[in-house]
Each structure stands twice: as C-alpha cells, then as structure tokens.
Design a protein. Sequence first.
Lengths: 400, 594
Amino acid sequence: MSTPTPPTPPSQLRQARQDTVALAVLIAVVLIGFAVTAWLVRRYDAVRAARAWNWQRDGAQALQRGQPRQAAEDYRNALAYNSDNAGYQFGLGTALFQSGELNQARHYFSILWQQTPQSGPVNLSLARVEAKDGNASAAVRYYHNAIYGLWQSNGAAQREAARRELIAFLLREGEETQADAEILALGATLPPTAAARIAIGQQLLAVGDNHHALQEFQAALHQGANNYAALVGAGRASFRLAQYAQARAYLQRAVRLRPHDIVAAPLLATTNEVLELDPYAFGVSRPERDERVRRDLQIALARLHRCLPAPPPTKAGGKSSVAPAAPAPAPAPLAKLAATGQALQRQMARGQLFRGPDAVSQIMGFVFQVEQATAATCGAPTGSDLALLLIARQRAGGGQ
Amino acid sequence: MSTASHGARPGVLPPGAGAEQANRRAARKWAAVREERLFLFLAIVIGVIAGLAVVCFRVVIGWLQLYLLGSPLTPLAHRLPLVPALVGLVIGALLVLVFSGARGSGVNQTKAALYIYDGYIPFRTVVGKFITSALAIGSGQSLGPEDPSIQMGAGLASLVGRKLKLSRARMRLLAPLGAAAGLAAAFNAPIASILFVIEEVIGQWSMSILSAVVLSAVAGTVVERWFLGAHSLFTVPPFELRNPVELAAYAGLGVVGGFASLAFVKAVIWLRPKLKAMPRWTQYFQPAIGGLLVGIIAIWYPQVLGAGYIIINQALHAQFLWTTLAILAVMKILATLFSFTSGTPGGMFAPTLVIGALVGGAVGGFEHLLFPHIAAGVSAYVMVGMGVAFAGILRAPMTSVFMIIEISGSYTVVLPLLIANSIAFFISRSFQHTPIFDALTHQDGLDLPSMEERREEEVLHVEDAMQPPTSPVLQWSDTVASALTAAGDNAFVLVHGGGARWAGIPTARLAALVKDGMGQHRLGEVLAASRLPTLHPDEPLEMFLREAGDAPLLPVVHRADDRLLGIATLSGVLATYRHADTPVPAMQSQKGLA
C-alpha cells in the first residue's frame, strides 16, 4: 500500500511555472541571438570577401605589370581578409618568388602542398623555387610531381610545359642524360606533327642524342619532304653521327630550298670537304686514295707551318750590335711533328711517299696527329683542317 | 544538502511546529534540487549566449578596424595618429559619463564580482564593455578582445542568474561559467580557458563546478567555431626538436622573455597609479592621449596596432629580421603600456602574446645567427615566446602551456615551452612578488584573493601539530579503577580497543564510574558504543577540527598498521595555526615518533 504523494505547495508550483517561462524566454533569446549573429557574420563575411577579392585583383594586376613586391603586399592584404583562400596563397607565393623571397615563397607553397600534394601548379611553383635556390634534386622531384599532378584545365599543355621547363633546367644543370630521357618522354606525349617532331629533335640534338634526333627529323620529313628545319636537323644529326653522305643529301636539299641560308651552307661545305678528303671513303680507287692522302698531308703540313712560331724579324739593311733574338721555341709535340713532316716532305719530293704496306696509315696517322695537336695549340680549325679533324675523330671511333 | 540533513529535536518543539519545520525542510530541499538541475542546463545556455556575444564582439571589432583604419594591413598614414586619438575621446566620454564599470581589462572586474558582489555584474557594464572595448581595439589601441570577453561572459551569466532568481551561492558559481565561455570563444581554446578560470578566477579545483565550467567553455567554443570557423588562430610551420642542446637556446629565450615580461609589468604597475591619481577631468582625455601615442608609434611601426594576431602570423613565417622583431617588441610594449594604463578598456592577453612572439622571434633569430647548427627556425621560438610572456606577465603557468598548444595546434613545442615558461615565471616572480592582476586590484583599492598566493599557501598537516601521548594509553581490558589510577592528572585518556579501534574517556567520568561502584568494570564494557576517530600524519590539519567533535584530543596512527604515532590536541592544533609561519618546537620530536 503506497502512501499518497503530498500535494505540491503553491509556491513551488508558482516557481516551476516561472522557471518554465524563464527557460522558454532564455531559449527564445538564444534563438534570436543565433539569428542576429548569423546575419551579422554573413554581412561581415561578405564585406571581407569583397575586400579580399579587390586586393587579390590588384595583386594579379601588379604581377602582370611586373611589380611582384606590390603584388605581394596586395595578396597579403587579401589573405588578411580571407586567410584560407588557396588562390590568394598561391598568388602571394608567386609574387614572393618573383620578388626573390624564396624562403617565404617556399613556405606558402608548402602550406598549399600539404593541403593538395597532387596539385600540378603548386608542385611546379615549388620546383621553380627549389631550382632557383639551387636544390636540384628537390626541384626535379617537384617537376615530376607537377608533370604527373592534377591540373584544373588544359592539363596536357601544362604538363608538356612543365616537362619542357624541367628539360631546360636539366640542361642548365649539365644533366644531359636525365634531360635526354625527359625529351624522349616528352616526344612520346606530343601529337605527331612535324613541328613537334622537329622541336623534340632539336632538343635531342642539344643533349647530344643524335641518333634519336635523326629519327625525329626523319619522322618530320615523312610528313613533308621539303621541310627546311627538318632537313637541316637531319643533316646536322647525320653529320654528328659521321654519316656524311647522308648529311650531304639532307643539307643539299636544304640549301636548294634556301640557297642563301647561313646555317645549312657552311655545314654542307664542311661535309663536302670531309667526303672529298677522306681517303678511307667507301668506293675510292687506289690512285684516288693516294691523291687524297697526298692532299691531306699538304693541308696538314700547311696547318703545322702556320701554327709553328714565326722567326723574329731582322732589322732591314742594318747591322745590329745586338745578336738577333732566337725564335720562340715550338711546343715539344709540334716540334717533333715538324721534324716528321720535313721527312715526309722529302719523301714526297723524292716520290717515295708510299713506300711500304703501311704507308697510307702512317701518313694519315701523322695528318691526324697534326690536326689534333694544332687544334689544341692554335685554336679550332676551319675548312679543310676541320674536315681532316672530323675524319680523324671518325677513324678514332666517335662521331661529332 | 547539509541544511536538510541536520536533524531537528521534535520533542522540544511546540505542537504544529514540527509540520511547519518539515515543510520548510522540504521547500529547501526542493529549491536545492531545482537549482542543481538548472545549473548544468544553464552552463550550456550561458556558454552559448557568451559565445554568441563574443562572436558579435569580434565581428564588430573587425568591422570597426575596416572602417576606422582602412582596408590595407598597413593603415593609411594620415589616419594613424588621428583615429586612435579621436576614438579615444569618445571612449573617455563614455567611460566617465555612461559606462564607468567598463574600465580595465575585465579579469579583475570579474574576480571582484565573484568575491565581493556575489557574482553580480550589471548589464550596463556588459554593454559598456562591448562598445568601449570594440571601439578601442577597432581604432588600433594595443589591446585584445579576450579579457573583455571574460567580463562580458560573466556579466551575461550574471544576468541569466538574476532573471532566474538563483541563490547567491549559485550566482557566485555562474560568473566563472560565463567567464570560461567568453574566453574560450575569444581564443578558440577551451582547455586553456578552463584552466585560466580555475587558475586565476576560481583559484581551486572544485568538482562541483568543474563539469559546469567545462560544459560552458565547450558550448562557447562550439558557437565560435560554428560562426567563425574551426581553424587555429595561427598557421604554424612544422617544428621538430632535432637536437636536445637546442633546449639551452630555449632556456635563453626564457631568461630574455622573463626580463622583458618583468619590465612590462613593472612599467604598468608604476605608470597606472600615477595616471589614476590625476584629476578626474583628465579621464576624459587619457584614452585619447594613449591612442595618440599609439598612433604616433604606428606611423613607423603599424604592426603595434590592435590585438596583433597578424603580426604573430608574420613572425611565425619568418617575415622579419631579428633586429626588426626586437624593435617591434619594444614598440609593442610601449604601445600596450600607453593603451592599458590610460584606462582604455581592453585586454592584455593578445598584446602579451604579441610581445612574447616578437621577443621569441628576436631571440630565436639572434641565436640562429650565433649558433646556426643549434637554434632551428624562428617559428618555434615565436611560439615558445608567446608562452613565455604569458607565464611571465600574467603568471598563469599552466594556462600558458596549454594555451600555446591549443592556439597553435602543435604539440611538438611542449618541451621547449615547459622549460622556457618555467624560467620566465621564476624570473618574474623573483623580481616582482605581486602578480600583475593582484597589483592592479590593490591599486583599485580592492582586496581580492590572490590565486598565486593561494596556490602557494603552506598547507598544514596533522604531523605539524602531532605530539607524543602525554597520558598512558589504556587497553580495552583495563578496569575503570585501574584506569583512574593510571590517568593521574590527565583530564582525558585514550583507550585502545585493538586494531584500528580507539576510544577516549574523560578522567572525571572514570571517577564518576568508580563512585557508582563500577570500578571493576572493564573499559571495553563501558566504552562499547564509543569510538574515537583517528587521524593520519599526512592529512590536512583541518581534519582534526572536522573530526574531533567534543573530544579534546585524537590519536594519530600509522596508515599501514594503525600503531599509535602520537596525539593531536585542540590546543596544539590552534597553536600550530597561530605559528604557521614559524616551526612548532614540538614538531621535531613528534615527527621523530613517526
């Protein structure tokens, strides 16, 4: 049997009612407060967003005008009103980079990178910062991230541009092997147009990958046989590969297209010289070979003579009390070659130049030694001397 | 509740009075239950209201900054000296004519409300604090929004409590709730806010209020994040302590930061009373003069304007040379000194953090220059510097550590922070005994409890009043007659009932029992229903007063085996309290017993 609950005193009932009303009022106040605060914050955010947008617009314009310091100030102002905006942070980083503030630029780009490590533009910007700061390995890493990263629009072109930038950076750093790989990779991604092939071919030439360069130029020529740039490129690549006959064919076609061009013609002349002076060329008869050897020897002796120190001038008609100055001594290799040259000249004069089975080899060996030694001592050769030097290198096993 | 549990004595009451008494008891119990239930709910509501108020406060400050100082980070030069000065005139007039209670930072005013006015803060003060502080900070005075947020939160809590007609005791508890919510919303740092309110406002860990403070602070933070976003105040670059030797560099920062804090505190304590003592009419102009001086500094160093969070971010991102940071630190100290001592409403939290950040950055940059292999990047020093200034100026060491962790969102800085903060706190306390808030309270003619002193008060223990037993300790088996003989001149004797059971009996009662012919009765029979509480040496001394009741002494026993170590007597306890600052002579021998 339960005891009946005593009635609640009126004062408590009154208090409970008052509490209920008070709490209802309190909740209403909170709701009104929420509404007012939301309105206020929305208005404030709108004003701040507008200010931020104006500042970033000024910053972008300053960047375009080439005023990166002003742009950095503007972007800082923009970020003061919208600190989370990645676009503004990127703009500030770019402005700082262009101002030479590499550490600060790196900092802002790093913040963005932590948020979107796959972003192409952010990685490219970081790559530029690292490249400018001399951190080659980090730069290459970020370049690769940019190449394989996400781009909001026109991704293929952006990636291609990033890879070209990487190639240029590698070439500046002297990393030809890495650059070659990047160029080949670039070529694989490009559309198969003649212009693209030629561009790749030229970049391959720049890194010394003549073989692949020749392929690119030949591919371009398949699309149009009278493409002057492709003909010159193919000629140059063939020339460097010591495929002189092929080089002459390409270069002749190029010169026919542009007879007064100053690029193909000198190269063609050198190529012709090589082909005409080479005694080892395929199909050359024995008399012709001997003739070429004789001519090569005379060219080499002339070069040697020009390269040897000239005797000092004597006073005309007068007797000097002072003994004439002795000629400057020739470098030891040249002096030795000069002695050998005189012996060969005497043999040639006596018609005994081609005595013995190894005569051609010995004479041409002498010719090559002369051209190499004079190139080292008296500067780069030209004309026939250059042709002989190229033949020497070809015989030694290397192209140009 | 204690009032409800006290028993009445119906036998001595007039007829009908018992029912009335019971009704009153029931009413009191109902009221207590009502407030208990209301309290936790109110904690959340107060947190929300305080959070909303602080969000509006921050938005209004931002708006005022935009329109008064202009849109660029570096304000337009022609506005600089004029705007803070002219707005200072308005603030001065408002403070003198309308909102006299809105002066100061807000922390002491909240404490005063708590300890002097039973948690009462007029709503006019809340409104005045909002308007005048927003004007001051918005016009570029070197002050922050956090301390005013504390007072506004507490004021709103007080208003709610008044409307609900809560008891005085509950009203006193409501103010800290609002303060915690206000600070949490202002700093987006709930843990540090809770710690600060406990460390500096309430002064003690009380479970009865802790959960409510937590709820309130969390509610305030949620509201703030709802409207203003959940991101930290600062974006902190990654930091890693690679070399333990670098801790020495942070110790150097603690030393420099400690002395910089000391210089600021000394300057405030020296200048403020001089300005307060000036004729009343000068109060119209003091905020304006403070603003003018700040404006003049800002012509060359605009970074000193306002709360200064942007400059902290810039320092964190190493945008200044260490020499620039050092100059800016001096300028910020001067600007804050002028703003604060002129009576302009506004807080010291933000300027303290800025001063610390600038000092930290300067020291870090300099050390990096000297020892590039030891001192890492400047960012970590900026962060630690903030904590150092907080510990050195505001003297809230625990809050300083957690605040830096929370506002930076980085835990890796904890070790350097602990070391540098401790050193700065030690230096500040060694050369400036009174903490800044306490000194300001004294200057205002108030006598509020010092939380730092309270924390460091010597706690007396039972062992401090413990004496060797002066009377023989009797056993349960002893007879009353033999006990009377053994008692001798002692007025009260202890009786051991075995194990942990102790009892005591006055000698006069023993004599009475003998006189009644009970001399041969065992003490165990006589004292069967009696039990004397025991104490342990490590217990607070006040335990004696709580436990003794009418007994003149209590046994002090070992925790492990309940053997008697000594006794604590009422006279000995009172003597110990009287001589709390000097050692009690008997203590040595008493402790020797243990």
